[in-house]
Design a protein around this ligand. Structure first.
Ligand code: APR
Length: 304
C-alpha cells in the first residue's frame, strides 16, 4: 500500500507520522519547498527502529514519486492566520488545488483523493471537478474532525471517557456547521438526556469556533494534531476496508435535497473511498441549517 501526502507542513507531516506509526502503508510526502519533505521524512524514518514500524517514509519535490499511490491526501495550501476567515484562504488555496489535482491526474490517476486544505467544502468541490473521478473516490475530511472536537467538549462537560461519546456533526466545515445533539450519544444514551439545552448550545458554539480558538492561541498557524488524527483514521478505514461510518464532505447528487455541492454528511468509508451516503431524518430546523450551510458553500463555489 502507498499513501502520498501533498504538502509537508504541519498537517501533512503529522499525518505522515501517524500513518507510519500505524504501520499500514509506505508514505511519500511532497512539497514545493525544497528539502522540507526530505528532511521531515528522514526524521520520521529514523524513528522507525524505536517505534517499530517497517514502512518506508520518503520526501520529494517530484510528482513522479507519487505514481501508484492508493490514496493521495491533499494538505497543500496556506493555513489560517488570526483574523483570517476560511473564505479568505479561498483564492490562494484554490489555485494550489488546481495545480495539485492536475499533477495527481497525470501521475497517480487511479488513486483515491482526500482533500484537507481549507476552505474544505469548496476545495473538495474543486477537486471533484478537476479529478473527474467516480463519485466517492474524491472527498474531503472535515466532519470527523468537527465531531471529534464536539465529543471532546461533551466528555469534559459530563466528566466521562471520550471513548463513550459518539458525536455527529454535519454541514459545511465552517461557521455554518450543523452539530446534531439528537444523533450524539454517550454509551447509547442520547445527549439531550444528559445535558440541558443551554449547556448543549454552549458546547455546540465552542465546536463551531474550535478551529478559530486554536488559531487565536497559536497566532502563526492552525490546528494539526486533531486534523491529522482524523485523516489517519479515514486513511486506515480505506486501506483496511473497515467500512467506518463517519461524516465527510462529499459531492451531493440529490441526497438531503441538495445537488451539485460538497457538504459534510455521514458516509461509509471503505476501499472505494466514501462509498455510500447515509441519509438521516432531520428536524425542519436541522434541514434549514443544512440548507444554509449549503448556501454558504455555494457562495464560495461561485467565487471560483
Ligand atoms: N504544492 C505543494 N505544496 C504546497 C503548495 C503547492 N502548490 N503550496 C504550498 N504548499 C505547502 C507549503 O510549502 C507548506 O509546507 O503546503 C504546506 C502547508 O503547510 P502549513 O503551512 O504548515 O499548513 P497546515 O497547518 O499543514 O495546513 C494545511 O490544511 O487544515 C488545513 O487550513 C489548513 O488549508 C490548510 C491546510
Amino acid at each position: 500500500m502507498k499513501v502520498s501526502i501533498i504538502g509537508a507542513g504541519n498537517v501533512g507531516a503529522t499525518t505522515a507520522q501517524r500513518l507510519a506509526e500505524l504501520d499500514i502503508a509506505d508514505v511519500v510526502m511532497l512539497d514545493v519547498v525544497e528539502g522540507l519533505p526530505q528532511g521531515k521524512a528522514l526524521d520520521i524514518a529514523q524513528a522507525a527502529p524505536v517505534m517499530g514500524y517497517d514502512v518506508d517514509v520518503t520526501g520529494t519535490n517530484d510528482y513522479r514519486d507519487i505514481a501508484d499511490s492508493d490514496i493521495v491526501i491533499v494538505t497543500a495550501g496556506i493555513a489560517r492566520k488570526p483574523g483570517m476567515d476560511r473564505d479568505d484562504l479561498l483564492a490562494i488555496n484554490i489555485k494550489i488545488i488546481r495545480e495539485v489535482c492536475a499533477n495527481i491526474r497525470e501521475h497517480a490517476p487511479g488513486s483515491i483523493v482526500m482533500a484537507v486544505t481549507n476552505p474544505l467544502d469548496v476545495t473538495t468541490y474543486a477537486a471533484v471537478k478537476y479529478m473527474q473521478q467516480e463519485r466517492g473516490r474524491v472527498f474531503g475530511m472535515s466532519g470527523l474532525l468537527d465531531s471529534s472536537r464536539f465529543a471532546t467538549f461533551i466528555a469534559k462537560e459530563i466528566g466521562c471517557s471520550v471513548k463513550d461519546v459518539d458525536a455527529m456533526v454535519l454541514g459545511g466545515h465552517g461557521d455554518s456547521m450543523v452539530p446534531l445533539p439528537e444523533y450524539t450519544t454517550i454509551s447509547g444514551i442520547p445527549l439531550p438526556q444528559l445535558l440541558d439545552r443551554k449547556t448543549i448550545d454552549r458546547l455546540v458554539q465552542r465546536t463551531v469556533n474550535a478551529g478559530a480558538e486554536i488559531v487565536g492561541h497559536l497566532k502563526t498557524g492552525s490546528a494539526f494534531y486533531a486534523p491529522s488524527a482524523a485523516v489517519a483514521m479515514m486513511t486506515e478505514a480505506i486501506l483496511k476496508d473497515t467500512k467506518r461510518i463517519v461524516p465527510a464532505s462529499v459531492y451531493l447528487d440529490g441526497e438531503y435535497g441538495l445537488r451539485d455541492v460538497c457538504l459534510g454528511v455521514p458516509v461509509r468509508i471503505g476501499k472505494g473511498g466514501a462509498e455510500k451516503v447515509i441519509e438521516l431524518e432531520l428536524t425542519a430546523e436541522q434541514e434549514q441549517a443544512l440548507k444554509r450551510s449549503a448556501d454558504e458553500v455555494r457562495q464560495g463555489i461561485s467565487k471560483i
